[in-house]
Design a protein around this ligand. Structure first.
Ligand code: B4P
Length: 193
């Protein structure tokens, strides 16, 4: 199995690049953001609770997202590997993911982080807010909150994977294909390692 984490601040292009990575390498895409938005669309109790936090730009509680990822791993035991997009976002989530994968006799091979300036993140998300209908994209204050949550709770997750020599950084600005090619180079180095 080859298991990859795509990491970076909100709007860094994780969702965009994930689509291309799963197509090329045949990985199962697990995006906690997408799973939460689907719970919201179906108006489940979990979705309604998550919406209140997401609308303010806050993270959803660890136990909720860990539970979602655990069920998704269980439901896809035949996968060639997983691409985790938007997860883990806290150290507690990273530790839980390690345990879940260990139970399946596998582990994370690499974390690839997309490096994008704050100015560019704000521009991209406000721009997406014009068409996406996503309430967390349409307001500058909410976006600032998401970036603040990233800095205070999520950025440290990189250190967790650095400790295990699994952390790799890629410039997340430029054309989507340029960024994808840089990501592929890192993936292939790790696949050959
Ligand atoms: P997510 O759904 O994970 O989304 P994201 O961080 O906003 O965006 P992403 O980085 O995927 O950007 P994208 O490719 O779409 O999170 C949403 C919310 O869910 C969180 O705030 C949180 O509340 C909750 N949540 C999710 N996971 C959680 C967890 N594990 N724990 C707790 N809470 C959790 O790109 C953004 C825009 O940029 C797009 O419009 C795209 O077209 C554009 N773009 C992409 N690449 C570009 C490029 N190279 N040049 C120009 N524009 C580009």
């Amino acid at each position: 199995m080859f298991n990859l984490i795509l990491f970076g601040p909100p709007g860094s292009g994780k969702g965009t690049q994930s689509e291309k990575i799963i197509e090329k390498y045949g990985l199962k895409h697990l995006s906690t953001g997408d799973i939460l938005r689907s719970e919201i669309a179906r108006q489940t109790p979990l979705g309604m609770e998550a919406k209140k936090l997401m609308d303010k730009g806050q993270l959803v509680p660890d136990e909720v997202v860990i539970g979602m990822i655990s069920s998704s791993i269980e439901a896809n035991t035949q996968a060639r590997g997983f691409l985790f997009d938007g997860f883990p976002r806290t150290v507690a989530q990273a530790e839980a993911l390690d345990k879940l994968l260990k139970l399946k006799g596998t582990q994370i091979n690499a974390m690839i982080s997309l490096l994008v300036t704050e100015e560019e993140l704000m521009k991209r998300l406000l721009n997406r807010g014009l068409t996406s209908g996503r309430s967390d994209d349409s307001n500058e204050e909410v976006i600032k909150n998401r970036i603040a949550e990233y800095k205070s709770k999520t950025a440290v997750v990189a250190d967790y994977y650095k400790k295990f020599d699994k952390f790799f950084e890629v410039k997340g600005e430029g054309s989507i294909d340029e960024i994808f090619n840089a990501i592929c180079k890192e993936i292939e180095k790790e696949m050959d390692a």
